[in-house]
Ligand binder design. Sequence first.
Ligand code: ADP
Length: 545
Amino acid sequence: MLGRMQTSALLVNDILDHANIYHSDVEIVSRLVGGKIHRETYSEAHLRARKMSQALQSLGLDKGDVVATLAWNNHRHFESWYAITGIGGVYHTLNPRLFADQLIYIINHAEDKYIFVDLTFVPILEGLQDKLNTVKGFIIYCDEDEMPQTTFDNVHCYETLINAHDGDFSWVQLDENDACGICYTSGTTGNPKGVIYSHRSNVLHSLVAVSQDVMGLSSKSVVMPVVPMFHANAWGLVFTCPMVGAAMVNPGPQMDGASIFELLDAEQVSFTAAVPTVWLMLLQHLEEQNLKLPYLDTVVIGGSAAPRMMIEKFEKDYEVDVNHAWGMTELSPLGTMGVLKGKMHDLSFDERVDIKVKQGRPPYLVQMKITDDDGNELPRDGKTFGNLKVKGPFIIETYMKDDGGEILDAEGYFDTGDVATLDADGFMQITDRSKDVVKSGGEWISSIELENIAVGHPDIVEAAVIGVAHPKWDERPILIVIKKEDADLSREDVLGFMEGKIAKWWMPDDVVFVEEIPHTATGKIQKLALREQFKDYVLPTANDA
Ligand code: ADP
């Protein structure tokens, strides 16, 4: 017997239709390039998205066409995603921090037909224009009187296109498995690889993301996605906010501590999300200016490990609940969220932080296991670490154009490339990227754990740990440190600070002070570049063999 219920397709444009009817007056607030604050409602965004869909069709774009965006978080970027998917097209987010060669590669690889671009990034694309094989034209996010002098061959002003249409448009009907969006992995080794989300995977991800034990969003929330739309779908917030009628506050290009604080305060933001570097800048600003965060309830920290000190400061000094999240572009991106379980609320502050430094637990629809290198499942005891594998309907099956070939194991699990522990409550803790663990005498040392302890030192701004070749132990860890400008900090001070906090054999063999640590386009420490930089480094312990 078959069920007799309706089987309507799960399509992202229905989310905006819902917001238009049931949350019509809820605002999207955006800081634009140039600093101006723009406000519009979901209803206005809905109308403008449909006008832009008409404009895209009038430019000759059709179902299945890939249209890229190179932009900050703002209302036009929001509208463009829905306008593109509304004609059956596929949005492709470009990360402006990629190297020129990588941008050229992914634009050509995804066969982008048009590119929406913020004023800030016009010069980047002008420089690449001749090498973009499939791009027919550009649409600049600006008013008519802001149109810059440009060398683009075929260029349009976003607001002029909007003004030329009436919005009398019905979204093109699609299959829920049709492509919806594309985001490339950052390609720390080899070329970037494309992850193609479907309408169905984006809707399912959103339903999971809004739930209480994940992001817990509702019509009462005022959400500031500091995480860029070009970084793994802004962690789904472009879909989840209109889905529940949460207001959105988009920070645009200004992500320094003062600008973020200004919007958090003025717009009474209750929920925000970003990578740890953003929160470091905010906390520094709050301390310097002696400010508080009276409206903020929840901050999500993900993309890199949230240091213990950061969690403690938010919770103790500012009474903001920290949810530590882990995810990947390949997961749409949320994989785990560190919301405490009911039974954990009576624990002491320190015990709760012990749990919050872990990356959290998977929601329903994310299956998770750890295995050894032969694929045997390892115990969920919070101690044993292994290769972290995941499975579920918003997790990748294959990369675009089958790059990388078969990527799932026999049971359909995707190997994340992370090494982690799982405990009996389901909380996962990342030990390292599998490429980054330091392999000393056949045992593994977590570079992330050493870095987190080091950044707990008040004179250390940033820290990175890599393995360096050692004649006896294979590899030993060195700690690379940026210290505060005027700090008088020695190797011995740093090692003394770490003593007693880790097993003796985890102690770095050396501390190196540097001015700069290289970062990837998504703000992570570029271990590959550091390993290259320090490949001939001779450890002070090299002769102890
Ligand atoms: P990239 O394109 O830089 O790989 P992703 O956002 O897809 O961007 O990166 C995913 C990786 O980031 C994960 O596999 C993991 O190594 C790391 N990561 C994400 N969140 C966390 C976290 N909370 N703690 C530690 N590492 C994290």
